[in-house]
Write a protein that binds this ligand. Structure first.
Ligand code: NAD
Length: 278
């Protein structure tokens, strides 16, 4: 690729591509094809989860790709019903069978589920997997500052990354600042605002026109310049390619200011303290 994806470094020294491919809601029987298209387009980070039921498709695409395994960064996440030490370890084994790989690049706790009071014990299971060399890095998803603080008080390893809902309408400034001061990388889910209005906002459309880009491209470029890892999802080949073709242009200060104006502080998804789906 002419303009390769930038990389960032996690707090344990492991390198992670700044743009990846998310596979939430991709049907299991379409996942291998979508991931194959993504790998062909230059993506080297694939984000799946036990709850997406498509880890097998990710594994198939990774196995049959010409891209060497060590060049692909695979993330999966612990399902909400699998909190607790023994369940988490067993669920991890199950993921590895489905993915068909020996070592996972990043394992995340999908949601903290604070009402069940288990995420500390679950995190200790992830620490064990790291110590055993089964994963290269461990992190969390949908953790609020209070959950991260509790891990800091009661466990040994700082999460490498926190994957949270983040887009220009919900930029998570406070959480990002906390991450920055604690060496935790921020990864944006729903980076395109799940295409529920953001990409049609007149200001985004005008900026895209001015730059000769698409709305999705300027939004993804914003994530890159803010310093997030972003993992947009698409099953449409031309969009998959479009979403990674963002490393040959820059937003200027005025563009970043326009994005700052889009902040309405509104989540699309549930608040992590309320979400209790198991
Ligand atoms: P997203 O913001 O990536 O939006 C995806 C939707 O945007 C697609 O379904 C498509 O309709 C549209 N789209 C994609 N590319 C486009 C383009 N170029 N032009 C116009 N429309 C386009 O939302 P998402 O899928 O929810 O999030 C991305 C990834 O984040 C997921 O696939 C998953 O891996 C991860 N995720 C994690 C959590 C979590 O709890 N950790 C929750 C949701 C998503």
């Amino acid at each position: 690729m002419a303009n390769p994806v930038l990389s960032l470094t996690l707090n344990n020294g492991v390198s992670i591509p700044q743009l990846g491919f998310g596979v939430f809601l991709i049907p299991p029987d379409e996942t291998a094809a979508a991931v194959t298209t993504a790998l062909g387009a230059g993506y080297r980070l694939i984000d799946t989860a036990q709850g997406y039921r498509n880890e097998q498709g990710v594994g198939e695409a990774v196995a049959k790709s010409d891209v060497p395994r060590e060049e692909i960064f695979v993330t999966t996440k612990l399902a909400n019903g699998q909190h607790g030490r023994d369940r988490a370890l067993a669920a991890f084994d199950d993921s590895m069978k489905k993915l068909g790989i020996d070592v996972l690049d990043l394992f995340l706790i999908h949601w903290p589920l604070p009402m069940f009071e288990q995420y500390v014990e679950t995190w200790q299971a992830l620490e064990q997997l790291l110590a055993d060399g089964r994963v290269r890095s461990i992190g969390v998803s949908n953790f609020e500052i209070e959950h991260l603080e509790r891990l800091a008080r009661e466990t040994d390893i700082t999460p490498a990354l926190n994957q949270v809902e983040l887009h220009p309408e919900f930029p998570q400034e406070k959480l990002r600042a906390y991450h920055e001061s604690h060496g935790i990388l921020t990864e944006s889910w729903g980076p395109l605002g799940q295409n529920r209005g953001l990409l049609h906002d007149a200001r985004v459309v005008a900026m895209a026109e001015k730059k000769g880009r698409t709305p999705a491209q300027v939004v993804l470029r914003w994530h890159i310049q803010v310093g997030n890892v972003a993992i947009p999802k698409s099953v449409t080949p031309h969009r998959i390619r479009e979403n990674i073709d963002i490393f040959d242009f820059e937003l200027d200060d005025a563009d970043m200011e326009t994005f700052a104006e889009l902040n309405v502080g509104r989540r699309l998804g549930p608040h992590p303290n309320q979400f209790d789906l198991v």
